[in-house]
Design a protein around this ligand. Structure first.
Ligand SMILES: Nc1ncnc2c1ncn2[C@@H]1O[C@H](COP(=O)(O)OP(=O)(O)O)[C@@H](O)[C@H]1O
Ligand SMILES: CCCC(=O)OP(=O)(O)O
Length: 374
């Protein structure tokens, strides 16, 4: 009889750490541990949250009576590594170093591979990451920004966008590699990807100032004014960065990153909150329209997913602006834990080999032209 494989999956997001334990495909435990702004603001850098997040998730497992010595593998959402193709990667030394320094920047997902490795190595089992936020399938034309030294980058919710896209394609009776979809992940950050025949050929960089503003990020900002602010002498680098990532968007206007709280304020008659919430929906809709152009208007469906997709009013504000492009499919929340588990099982069951990080032998960054690696 085949052994049932038990996998711990970890998904550190900007506002929460989600964990799950799977026996084969079956989820036996799932929890979203919410982190308050006060809790996280104690840590100067995201990497400093490592011990806190690891401890809290181990306590949860202990509280639920889950014996981690029975695990076969640990898997996490991967972070801001070098650009790589999608798939399951075993955590190795180079990856750990890149996660620790934040090769492509700072984000909570950098903690994933590190925590997974720490737990797994203590148990002498393997650790993996699946479809990290740096999955890069951009068409070359999408990289051109207008400033040669600053090419556009692919940093997005690859794991959930890919999982939601596969599910939507299936619902439409198509294979993912035959579908044209606009997938919108709306969480702490918001990313909108043009998925053409199974490749994300364009997407806003959801971390470093591109696309719509989100619960805690500024998104695209009037660039001349931003440069003036940087050189005004009034702010240090980290203060400006905080305005863009962490303290931007809803946080800046309404001092909360919690859309549920914003919806309560609106229901209580707060017109300013309603105006800002509508502006966020307006910017999301604009970006969806722009990805419709990337797909030359041939769009099978628009997919809305992530925590904000639970917000009925928010979904309605977007849908009424974009329904001329294609039908909208809504998957509130995300299937990231399941996607992490599935990626791990494929490797543990020898259905596919784990990929080695980095993708090429020199450890240099790779690039793609129309989906072909160059
Ligand atoms: N039922 C809901 N209605 C409206 N917004 C929600 C709901 N549930 C979660 N959200 C919002 O979704 C956002 C978090 O999304 P999530 O995908 O969990 O983020 P992340 O994974 O980036 O931490 C928060 O602003 C949260 O308030
Ligand atoms: C753009 C990188 C992924 C991201 O923003 O994730 P969160 O929304 O969880 O912060």
């Amino acid at each position: 009889m085949q052994q049932t494989l038990r996998v711990l999956v970890i998904n550190p997001g900007s506002t929460s750490t989600k964990i799950g334990v799977f026996d084969g495909e079956h989820c036996i435990f799932e929890r979203s541990i919410k982190h308050s702004i006060e809790e996280l603001s104690k840590y100067k850098r995201i990497i400093d949250q490592y011990a806190f997040r690891k401890q809290i998730l181990l306590e949860q497992l202990d509280y639920e009576g889950i014996n981690i010595s029975k695990l076969n593998a640990v898997c996490a959402r991967g972070g801001l590594l070098r650009p790589i193709e999608g798939g399951t990667y075993e955590v190795n030394e180079i990856m750990l170093q890149d996660l620790k320094i934040g090769h492509n920047g700072q984000h909570a997902s950098n903690l994933g591979g590190i925590i997974a490795y720490e737990i797994a190595s203590g148990l002498n089992i393997p650790s993996f990451i699946v479809d990290p936020v740096v999955v890069d399938e951009l068409h070359e034309i999408a990289r051109v920004s207008g400033v040669p030294e600053i090419p556009r980058k692919s940093i997005f919710h690859a794991l959930n966008q890919k999982a939601a896209a596969r599910k939507a394609a299936n619902e439409l009776g198509k294979d993912y590699t035959e579908a044209n979809l606009i997938v919108t992940h709306m969480g702490g950050g918001i990313t909108i990807g043009a998925h053409k025949n199974g490749q994300v050929i364009d997407v806003n960089n959801g971390l470093h100032g591109d696309g719509p503003f989100s619960p805690e990020r500024a998104g695209t900002t009037p660039v001349g004014d931003l440069v003036s602010m940087c050189f005004s002498g009034q702010f240090y680098l980290d203060e400006v960065m905080k305005k863009l990532v962490g303290g931007g968007g809803l946080m800046a206007y309404l001092h909360t990153n919690d859309a549920i709280e914003v919806e309560h304020r609106i229901a209580g008659g707060d017109n300013y909150a309603a105006h800002i919430y509508d502006a966020m929906a307006y910017q999301v809709s604009k970006e969806i329209g722009s990805m419709g152009t990337v797909l030359a208007g041939k769009v099978d469906a628009i997919v809305l997913t992530g925590g904000l997709a639970y917000g009925k009013k928010f979904v309605q504000l977007i849908t009424e602006r974009v329904d001329w492009i294609a039908d909208t499919i809504v998957y509130p929340g995300e299937d990231e834990l399941q996607a992490l588990n599935e990626g791990t099982l494929r490797v543990l069951r020898n259905e596919e080999p784990a990929k080695e990080y980095p993708a090429n032998q020199n450890g240099e960054e790779c690039s793609t032209v129309n989906g072909e690696r160059i």
